[in-house]
Ligand binder design. Structure first.
Ligand SMILES: Cc1cc2nc3c(=O)[nH]c(=O)nc-3n(C[C@H](O)[C@H](O)[C@H](O)COP(=O)(O)OP(=O)(O)OC[C@H]3O[C@@H](n4cnc5c(N)ncnc54)[C@H](O)[C@@H]3O)c2cc1C
Length: 396
């Protein structure tokens, strides 16, 4: 793989949106097929930075790392339709996700709520992937009820002194920075006393402990803060106004988890497994595949509508919760179909299963699908939001 981008992968005059969507699709397809390492396709687990850094840095050097960011900030400035094409082609080729919260979450938040100094300081290292960000929201006693968080940040001169614990922090052991919510005023209503802070994970007093999951991987972590100094200028938005920032970021996360990315990854695996096992030759099974394919196509359409709203700077309503439920539950159904398609091999606990002439990760999508209904706000919580804020039903 070369780290210097080929000429064909540079935006044409007038930007990427000057191309037709299908023309752009061909460019993305060529890009991933030429540059993404074959041995990393359809990875069964989250890859570490050392495994994928060459590819990710290549994307960054080519200015392909932030499809939705404005061109002035180093992004591709893609229209909603082209962002979907980008995702579809990455998923079709089985490109692994890197620790991308900088681009997908904290970057957009800094653009919206940060000062000009913060934008200049924090956005360039996100685009160059020098900084890889993780999310320090959940705590042992604060998940769905996030506002109950207990991590404290106490002002001491020009710093906050932070003490507490975060949990389920994805890939914290392999990242460089964390954005976190900390309580700066314990005396007021719980949502009103929270601030949004940024810090390097190498700050003295931070320790990270990986947690092994049911698939045998250690992607989740506990992060401990013991008298950690965070400069006051690393706070995004005013003191005690972190809840507004946190909710906006969760909106980005919901849109992101609600993208067709996960079910499209599942569909790619499903098609490969069904072909290898011969399940594709069964017309009844083909009908089941067609049903989920249609669900994913509809999801992609609805998703494009929401990203178009975001690009126009419009506020999303509470009904966006529907996207997350749709994407993750479709993904779960596809993961179940993959196991069915693999027939007797579907019960094997090994991650890689030989089927026909091919080797597949049959259970990988299953292990990825269930947790997706929990993170980013569990689907039960999304249903509560729809029930109360969209349908106007009384609170339970
Ligand atoms: C794979 C994975 C990655 C994650 N990564 C991160 C990360 O990087 N950073 C981070 O900060 N967090 C992360 N999380 C944590 C995630 O945000 C929380 O797990 C989630 O918000 C649920 O919180 P909890 O685990 O404390 O469960 P709880 O809030 O205790 O919920 C337990 C169960 O009760 C249900 N429930 C709770 N309240 C209600 C209610 N009012 N009505 C109906 N049902 C309810 C929930 O839906 C759930 O089924 C991750 C989680 C997973 C699974």
């Amino acid at each position: 793989m070369t780290t210097s981008p080929g000429r064909g992968y540079q935006a044409p005059e007038g930007g990427w949106n000057a191309l037709g969507d299908e023309e752009f699709r061909t460019v993305v397809r060529l890009m991933v097929e030429e540059h993404y390492p074959q041995q990393l396709r359809f990875a069964a687990r989250r890859l570490t930075w050392s495994e994928q850094s060459e590819w990710v840095l290549h994307l960054a050097a080519a200015r392909w790392i932030a499809p939705g960011w404005p061109v002035e900030r180093g992004g591709m400035g893609l229209s909603s339709a082209k962002q979907i094409v980008y995702v579809e082609e990455f998923e079709r080729w089985g490109v692994a996700r890197y620790v991308d919260h900088g681009v997908t979450q904290v970057g957009p938040v800094i653009m919206k709520y940060g000062t000009e100094e913060q934008r200049d300081a924090w956005l360039p290292p996100i685009i160059s992937v020098e900084h890889r960000w993780v999310q320090g929201y959940s705590e042992p006693g604060a998940g769905s009820d996030l506002a109950s968080l207990r991590t404290r940040a106490v002002r001491e001169g020009g710093d906050y002194l932070v003490n507490g614990q975060k949990i389920w922090t994805t890939m914290a052991h392999d990242a460089t920075h964390i954005y976190l919510l900390a309580r700066t005023d314990p005396e007021v209503k719980k949502q009103a006393g929270i601030s949004f802070l940024l810090t390097g994970l190498d700050a003295p007093g931070i320790s990270v402990r990986p947690i092994r999951d049911i698939a045998g991987h250690a992607e989740l972590c506990e992060v401990f803060f013991d008298d950690v100094r965070v400069p006051v200028e690393n706070r995004v938005a005013a003191e005690n106004e972190g809840w507004t920032v946190a909710k906006s970021l969760l909106g980005h996360e919901r849109i992101n988890v609600g993208s067709p990315k996960l079910p499209e990854y599942g569909l790619s695996v499903l098609m490969r497994v069904a072909r290898s096992s011969g399940a594709i030759d069964d017309p009844v099974f083909r009908d089941r595949i067609a049903a989920v394919q249609l669900d994913v196509l509809h999801l992609a359409d609805v998703y494009a509508g929401y990203t178009a709203k975001v690009s126009r700077g419009e506020q999303l309503g509470p009904e966006v919760s529907m996207l997350k439920i749709w994407a993750t539950e479709t993904f779960c159904r596809i993961a179940d179909l993959i196991i069915d398609a693999a027939a007797e091999a579907g019960g094997l606990t090994g991650l890689e299963v030989e089927l026909g002439d091919d080797v597949h990760d049959v259970l990988g999508p299953f292990y990825k699908a269930r947790p997706s209904t929990i993170y980013g706000g569990s689907n039960e919580i999304q249903r509560n939001i729809i029930a109360t804020a969209v349908l106007g039903l009384p609170r339970g």
